[in-house]
Design a protein around this ligand. Structure first.
Ligand SMILES: *Cc1c(COP(=O)(O)O)cnc(C)c1O
Length: 336
């Protein structure tokens, strides 16, 4: 997908108006997901915590927001030819779903060993699936070749202004539903979600500290902020499969540097504890990556006393056998 207005030197890829415009495009298409609270956790943290439940969004994650915002802006001729995306996860499901709603053909490039649930949900939306071998083939090259040969628009997972602005509507809605906040916790993979959410906060709740949460196994954004430039790491080994990114994006990083206050990390163990909290206490199925933002509150790693806190619960697509195994592990650990 071409950047029609590449940011000028020193300008950021998105501003508040882009998020507000995305919210108008999404009106009537994305779900206005519920905001839930939990009295016992509030008491334990001495805070007022608002969970924005994007695990209940179309496609089971916030990614529908960015995908629909991007696809709905394509010119008619491009809509007829269609789109291509490479992803083994929630971006694939979101692009397939948004394309179906806009009556556009979609092709998804996925590894042969993609998680079964995500491959199934993508295929169920009628998208064409092209598989490749993760160990011998380059998915980006395959997607680019398809884009060129068939005139398809390539939809990137996070590093595009329309994707970033679309994801930011999750936070914009949260401020409408819960009012202004002191702290907003957002998980970080490539940074599309947090750059959009931090931009929404800057416009709607300027006093709000936006804090990102990365897997402890791969803190590429924290390292990049410390170094003042994009740092690339090895693919992190973590159960948070939606945040196994090696580096923040060329467009997301400058926005994060400008609008995000700090980055925390969460271990896989903390993610499992948080998954169990959501299941047992809130009756919510949340995938490991979707637990990142809540983990510092659930484990007590962040001091939120006296604060009004927003948490983006980013997604809920987890294969049931793996989910049950994660929950059973904590039960054994805690002797329960
Ligand atoms: C993609 C994804 C993320 C990470 O989003 P970025 O925009 O890449 O930072 C977090 N949680 C879930 C559930 C996701 O699907």
């Amino acid at each position: 997908m071409k950047e029609r207005h590449p940011p000028a030197q020193g300008r950021l890829a998105i501003e508040f108006d882009d998020v507000a415009a995305a919210a108008e495009r999404l009106d009537g298409h994305a779900l206005r997901t519920p905001v839930l609270t939990h009295a016992a956790l509030d008491a334990r943290c001495g805070a007022q915590i608002f969970f924005k439940c994007e695990n209940l969004q179309h496609g089971g994650a916030f990614k529908f927001r960015g995908a629909f915002n991007a696809l709905s802006q394509l010119p008619v001729e491009q809509r007829r030819r269609g789109v291509v995306a490479f992803s083994s996860g929630n971006h694939a499901i979101a692009v397939a779903l948004a394309a179906k709603r806009l009556a556009m053909p979609a092709t998804i490039v996925m590894p042969t060993d993609a998680p079964e649930i995500k491959a199934r949900l993508t295929a169920a939306q009628g998208a064409g699936i092209v598989t490749y071998d993760r160990f011998t083939e380059d998915r980006e090259a395959i997607a680019r070749r398809l884009a060129e040969e068939q005139g398809l628009a390539l939809v990137p997972p996070f590093d595009h202004p329309a994707i970033m602005a679309g994801q930011g509507t999750a936070a914009l809605e949260l401020f409408e539903q819960a009012g202004e906040l002191d702290l907003l916790l957002v998980c970080v993979g490539g940074g599309g979600l947090i750059s959009g959410c931090a931009t929404a906060a800057a416009g709607r709740s300027p006093g709000c500290r936006v804090v990102g949460v990365e897997p402890a196994a791969g803190d590429d954004v924290r390292q990049s902020l410390a170094r003042g430039e994009i740092v690339s790491i090895e693919v992190p080994r973590t159960i948070a499969d939606g945040a196994q990114t090696r580096a923040p994006g060329r467009l997301t990083f400058p926005v994060i540097r400008e609008r995000v206050a700090a980055i925390e990390t969460a271990s896989d163990r903390a993610l499992v504890e948080t998954m169990r909290f959501f299941a047992e206490s809130m009756k919510l199925v949340v995938e490991p990556t979707g637990c990142l933002a809540a983990a510092p509150l659930v484990t007590g790693a962040v001091d939120a006393r006296g604060l009004r806190v927003g948490v983006i619960v980013s997604g809920g697509n987890v294969a049931l056998p793996a989910y049950i195994e994660h929950l059973a592990t904590t039960l054994l650990d805690s002797g329960g």
